[in-house]
Design a protein around this ligand. Sequence first.
Ligand code: NAI
Ligand code: 15L
Length: 257
Amino acid sequence: MTGAAGGLGQAMRTRLQANCDILRLSDLNPLDPAQAVEEVVQADLSDMAAVQHMVAGCQAIVHFGGISVEQPWAPIVQANIIGVYNLYEAARVHGVKRVVFASSNHVMGFYRQNEVVDAKSPPRPDGLYGLSKAFGEDISRLYFDRYGIETACVRIGSSYPEPRDRRMLATWLSFDDLHRLITACLTTPVLGHSIIYGTSDNSVSWYDNHLAKHIGFRPQDSSDVFREAVYARTDEPDLTDPAVQFQGGGFVKIGPL
Ligand code: NAI
Ligand code: 15L
């Protein structure tokens, strides 16, 4: 698992131990020492030699590492463009068969909040970060078509302990559902190259996963239990605000573009 020092990496660290004999954890930043059944390999994704060392001997990769929000182009290129290329090259060289790629809802951020998208909807990234995730999805497609490396591109919504605002009532993914989703991606007999939206079973949703039924993901949590509290602590939305009109929320209007 790359990105092991990050928010989702920390949330999945103990959960993913149940999925493997040895869980190798990696990040640019230092990690807590390896526990039983763990290995720790510090690596910068933009360093090919370090990534080759990190990947050697792995059966599967859960790729959380990289820039996770809108930022200037230079760091995005290093981590999310060069980094994901290095990862797939290392996967090819070392015979890794399956990757779970943490893509993002921001690949589709310029769809409106009254539209429903599925795996065949054309990407409409909402910034450089979303664009870099679209590149990650495309390179994973290339490495499947050429080399047969299976990838689940998981367009994660908003994965936090609780939804933080009204938008996240549609995009929220609980940590337990994220673990269920990763498990489904790692264990389904035939994954191929697949795109799946990563959200819990929220009543309001902009995502249709009917093209990902072969993965067998059944979310068991829902943002609905937080709805009343979120409405009570947040203001009425300004319907003229692009952050309220588009699925990407505030991401559609931040950054250097
Ligand atoms: P995070 O920012 O907390 O963690 C990302 C980790 O990647 C950090 O620990 C960071 O040190 C590491 N990293 C950054 N650049 C690196 C490099 N060059 N080499 C090696 N490691 C590097 O992000 P979070 O929230 O844990 O998200 C994990 C993944 O899931 C990210 O790829 C993010 O884009 C994606 N995602 C997360 C969502 C969420 O709601 N948390 C929503 C959609 C996508
Ligand atoms: C993401 O892709 C980000 O990594 C995360 O920090 C959240 O902002 C999330 O999307 C979201 O859209 O809420």
